[in-house]
Design a protein around this ligand. Sequence first.
Ligand SMILES: [Fe+2]
Ligand SMILES: [Fe+2]
Length: 212
Amino acid sequence: MRGETRLVAAYSPEQRSLLDRLRADVTEHLSAKPRRLAHSISVADTAERLALTYGVDPFLARAAGLLHDWEKASSVPEQVARARELGIDLGVDLELVHPLLHGMIAARTLPSRYPELPPEVWRAIEVHTMAAAPMGPLDQVLFVADGIEPLRPDTPGILRTRSLVGEASLDDLFWASFVGGIVYVLEGGRYLYPGTVDVYNSLAAERAANGR
Ligand SMILES: [Fe+2]
Ligand SMILES: [Fe+2]
């Protein structure tokens, strides 16, 4: 995407070493799911680039990208069972919202494995599947990176969001990605989690109050 190739992240030796460890760990953890692993690495690259473009911490963005789909190593029934164990309650049958669970599970289970990483990373991973109100800059970077990383197919919605990178504000970029995701669910006739409508209404009200 245009005009961003000169942006290069400068990491301390400690940050580089932790990022290398995260990449090695996720490579091992997702070894049975090569496409998911390739997606995770692509999200990390995309999140780092978006972070550099929008003045967000690229280290946190790359770390969050690498780990965001960690729980996808587990099957759907395992994820649902784990979510129940953890007391995750979304007010609907968890089977219906199983695609939303892996971020919430990872945000509860990975911090003890990686105490070096700050709460912002876990928050971004928690909300990457369904968004939340409010969305902080790191949350937005991970959400958008997950939606537009180059291994995703070139659908009209994804192409449109990609075209906004570096042109639109991060808020507007996120909004395009979030709304595009809802449209995708609706057009595919899939179940729309009612909480997503609440998040949409909260974020829309926030944007209206800010004149966007
Ligand atoms: Fe995910
Ligand atoms: Fe993902």
